[in-house]
Design a protein around this ligand. Structure first.
Ligand code: GLA
Length: 404
């Protein structure tokens, strides 16, 4: 398996990444960094487009990570370098807070703005970014960058945010600086999806002490912000990238959010005491059946919340046939995203079909915001790598991103 399949020794990968970002920092800024931190990408197992409806999501951290190194710039300007970008970008002292300027530094600048707004004195820094979370694949490269940046700043300044506050700060950065009206799932997954959150930020010490491995899954209640850890063997999870990039700022994501809000308003107008689609029931939805589009959008959210809660309970149970039922839930989730919420693509549908036709696969679905990106499959332990290979061999442009 290639390295980007996330299947090689996670310890070794973590160390390699720290050494890489440290070297990259030195190469660009001619001094060692003062702090380094990393955060994982995430895959959402189930619970799609439910987070901004006050619902439930079940994501997990994966073995692909983004690593950020920082140190004071000493020249009153902010410097940003990424191994994935051709040039270093420099901002004058106050220009760092310019929300109108949108580029890859927006995610980091938004986090810096959050620290400043929280009353922390952040002097201009040099920032270097390295990592292997693919951009535009729906594996939360932006949230991983935000969370890694926040953790590097925490380590540099010697402060520690409450983890949920940190996730909220990162979400705000994405809203205000990247212009993406995302829910909270990705940032929470990148903060809590690490099995050992103590390694989120550290001053460079022996890197060997800082392994990178996929964390457990988490059930997040997006209304109460309660986080429950759910035991999931990473060997059950296979993630395949369709090779088609997605773009949330492209308008469709915002349009879905709006339609969900309109469905809530319609239900309220019919006298139902709902604050968000989280409060709606299948019976209530009958009242808005006349508006087919809003009805289907709402039906997706209502049924997806139920599937997510059932899936979390199954993962926690010891029922012998639970993987079979979990697979059905994933298939139903995909059908609902395809037909009711209309965020899938023919390529994602085809990958899901192909995955489901493989022996050892219990179910599969698109994962993330949609319109491209990845599919996630629930697989018999030990079968992920062979299955992933079989699927990508006959799917031009597709790539295995995670398999244990
Ligand atoms: C994107 C957003 C998340 C969530 C998913 C869909 O990843 O960033 O907040 O809404 O889409 O589940």
């Amino acid at each position: 398996m290639p390295d980007d399949a996330g299947s090689t020794s996670h310890d070794r990968k973590g160390v390699v990444l720290v050494v890489r970002v440290s070297g990259f920092f030195g190469q660009n800024f001619h001094t060692p960094p003062v702090s380094i931190a990393s955060a994982p990408g995430r895959v959402n197992l189930i619970g799609e487009h439910t987070d901004y409806n006050d619902g439930f999501v079940l994501p997990m951290g994966i073995g692909l990570r983004t690593c950020v190194a920082m140190g004071p710039s000493g020249d009153g300007r902010w410097h940003f370098a990424s191994e994935h970008q051709p040039e270093t970008i420099v901002f004058e002292r106050t220009a760092v807070g310019d929300t109108a300027r949108r580029d890859w530094t927006s995610y980091i600048r938004g986090v810096i703005a959050g620290f400043l707004a929280a009353g922390h004195e952040v002097e201009p820094v040099c920032v270097a970014v390295a990592g292997d979370v693919p951009v535009g694949s729906g594996l939360s490269s932006s949230a991983a960058l935000e969370v890694a940046s926040a953790s590097a700043l925490e380590a540099m300044l010697g402060v520690a945010f409450d983890p949920m506050e940190k996730a909220l700060l990162c979400q705000k950065a994405e809203h205000e600086f990247a212009g993406v009206p995302c829910g909270l799932m990705d940032q929470v997954a990148c903060v809590f999806g690490d099995s050992d959150s103590s390694r989120a930020g550290w001053k460079p010490a022996p890197p060997a002490a800082r392994p990178a491995e996929p964390g457990g899954a988490i059930l997040l209640d997006c209304r109460t912000l309660e986080v429950r850890r759910i035991p999931i063997d990473p060997a059950w999870v296979l993630v395949i990238d369709s090779g088609i990039g997605h773009a949330h700022s492209g308008g469709e994501y915002a349009a879905r959010r709006l339609e969900c809000e309109q469905a809530v308003e319609s239900l309220q107008a019919d006298g139902f005491p709902v604050k968000a689609l989280r409060d709606a029931t299948p019976v209530m939805l009958e009242a808005i059946r006349g508006d087919d589009l809003l009805y289907r959008r709402a039906r997706h959210v209502v049924t997806e919340n139920a599937r997510t809660l059932e899936a979390a309970a199954l993962f926690e149970s010891t029922a012998p046939d639970r993987l079979t039922r979990l697979g059905q839930l994933m298939n139903e989730s995909h059908a609902s995203l395809r037909d009711d919420f209309e965020v899938s693509t023919p390529e994602l549908d085809r990958l899901v079909e192909m995955a489901c036709a493989q022996p050892g696969i219990h179910g599969a679905r698109m994962t993330g915001g949609g319109f491209g990106g990845c599919v996630v499959a629930l697989v018999e332990p030990g079968k992920a790598q062979a299955t992933g290979r079989a699927i990508v061999e006959v799917s031009p442009g597709a790539k295995v991103r995670f398999s244990c």
